[in-house]
Design a protein around this ligand. Structure first.
Ligand code: NAD
Length: 501
């Protein structure tokens, strides 16, 4: 029987999505119809914010920032509201996971994995609420002459445009909104057109938590017109973006005119370096293959999609990865036995199949997968978990972010070669090192030009900085530096005698 997710629309009480501008939910002139990536069915529609709507949203955020209570509120008040919001997220976790399954087809089973769950989003809000009464400036001694006081203050950066991708809406909403709101900023959030319904609900819950009018504004719609209107608006002080490198570059360009502050979380082609002395080569293979198949089907920025495997360990690695590939299940995202998602849209499906073809043309060995699923899955964008072996680092499948269920295995002989191959990329988001030799583990971690290294495993947590070197982005999310990225630093000085006047 062909797949359908229609009954879940009723159960979840899905409504058409509206904009939120200055505390008021509004329709727009145009709407976007969302089709489900697993079934192709029409799920619902939401407002497409025009340039005029975006202008109204930015002006509302501007007014709330320039005149409203939020940036001036006491630390205790902001902490209370953000903690109330964390509680609301936890109470609504099942509903939000269901909405996400209708949006991007991520199965309920994966919605429970901590790194991308509603639970981590709630913890991120709690984490940043904790900074509110702790981050401050400094008092500095005079450098030369005179008796004076010098101090610094941290102040909210202003109006923030938060632009989200579709693949991990809970955690990425929280990584942007939590520090921005904690610091006292006001926000215009734009979810991806492929994951809007769950974000709309997250915004409604922020209102329920008690955020004052205009502090949070929501504009739904695609990159054009909605995203473009937001990134070029002179009333925006900071853009916080997660998504592709192409759009990241456009944002840097667009921000130059008014010197907007910019934080970017972009793509990756993260290496996992598996030495023959790894404590468990099979487990390393399961981790890499799990990252490129389970849950998001490899549509994850930090997935270790390039497995650099020491030659002696190759066969063991590949056979375990292959075994996991065979265990991945697809289908109705609401079925608890389903473990992986479809690709998000037809364009992405074509792109992934194109890379698989290119890998074969370039001479890599296709171990398993490589095809689109048919039969009951034919109306969805499903691709079988795919492994390429005997690849080299010059091949497109080893260089480009494919964003699909494709693991590229590149053999190496020694540590120096592994480091050279790992760093031979334009990206620098994450990496894995698998070895039993603790000194080697740290030597290699230090040599890698990446933002995050997992030694014999990988875990994302709310308080850990997250982000990349090189073309994987600018700045970090998570932790104190993320909070500070939503502030400006002001220096105030005052002579204590007439001598310096
Ligand atoms: P995308 O760049 O296509 O879209 C991201 C967002 O930008 C969407 O909301 C989209 O509507 C918007 N957008 C598109 N064009 C725009 C424009 N001209 N102006 C303003 N906004 C515009 O990315 P995607 O397909 O949603 O997500 C996949 C990408 O995100 C991958 O490259 C992945 O690696 C990256 N990603 C990175 C991280 C990270 O933390 N480093 C996390 C998740 C995803």
């Amino acid at each position: 029987m062909p797949l359908t997710v229609q009954p879940h629309r009723e159960t979840l009480g899905l409504k058409d999505g509206r904009l939120l501008i200055g505390g008021e939910f509004r329709e727009a002139d145009e709407t976007w119809t969302h089709h489900h990536p697993a079934t192709g069915e029409e799920i619902g529609s939401f407002a497409v914010a025009s340039a005029k709507d975006v202008d109204a949203a930015v002006l509302a955020a501007r007014k709330a920032f320039d005149e409203g209570p939020w940036p001036r509120s006491r630390a205790g008040e902001r902490i209370k509201i953000l903690r109330r919001y964390s509680d609301l997220l936890r109470e609504h976790a099942d509903e939000l996971r269901g909405l996400q399954a209708l949006d991007n087809g991520v199965p309920l089973s994966f919605g429970q994995i901590y790194a991308t769950s509603v639970g981590i989003a709630a913890d991120i809000f709690d984490h940043h609420a904790g900074w509110i009464d702790k981050v401050g400036g400094q008092t500095l001694p005079p450098y030369q002459g005179g008796d004076h006081l010098a101090m610094t203050f941290r102040e909210p950066v202003g109006v923030v445009a938060a632009i989200l991708p579709w693949n991990a809406p809970f955690v990425l909403f929280a990584q942007k909104l939590a520090p921005a709101l904690a610091a006292g900023c006001t926000v215009v959030v734009k979810p991806s057109e492929y994951a809007s319904f769950c974000v709309i609900r997250m915004v409604e819950l922020l209102i329920e938590a008690g955020l004052p009018e205009g502090v949070i504004n929501l504009v739904t719609g695609p990159g054009n017109p909605t995203g473009e209107a937001l990134i070029t608006h002179p009333g925006v002080d900071k853009i916080s973006f997660t998504g592709s490198r192409t759009v990241g570059r456009r944002i840097v360009e667009a921000s130059a005119g008014t010197m907007k502050r910019v934080s970017l979380e972009l793509g990756g082609k993260s290496p996992a370096i598996v030495f023959a002395d790894a404590p468990n080569v099979g487990l390393a293979a399961m981790t890499c293959m799990g990252m490129v198949t389970m849950g998001l089907s490899g549509q994850a920025c930090v997935a270790h999609t390039r497995a650099l495997v020491q030659r002696d360990a190759q066969e063991e690695f590949i056979s375990m990865a292959q075994m996991l590939a065979g265990a991945v299940t697809f289908g109705d995202p609401f079925d608890p036995a389903v473990l992986a998602s479809p690709l998000i849209n037809a364009k992405q499906l074509e792109r992934v199949l194109g890379y698989i073809e290119r890998g074969q043309e370039e001479g890599a060995r296709l171990v398993t997968g490589g095809t689109r699923l048919d039969g009951d899955y034919a109306s969805g964008n499903f691709v079988a978990p795919t492994i390429f072996a005997d690849a080299n680092n010059d091949m497109a499948i080893a260089r480009d972010e494919i964003f699909g269920p494709v693991l590229t295995v590149v053999p190496f002989d020694d540590e120096a070669e592994a480091i050279r191959i790992a760093n031979d990329t334009e990206y620098g988001l994450g990496a894995g090192v698998y070895t039993n030799d603790v000194r080697r583990a740290f030597r290699v971690s230090k040599a890698l030009r990446v933002g995050m290294v997992g030694i014999n495993g990988f875990q994302l947590e709310p308080h850990l900085p997250f982000g990349g070197y090189k073309q994987s982005g600018l700045g970090r999310e998570g932790g104190q530096s993320a909070y500070e990225a939503y502030t400006e630093l002001k220096t105030v000085m005052m002579p204590l005698t007439d001598e310096m006047m």
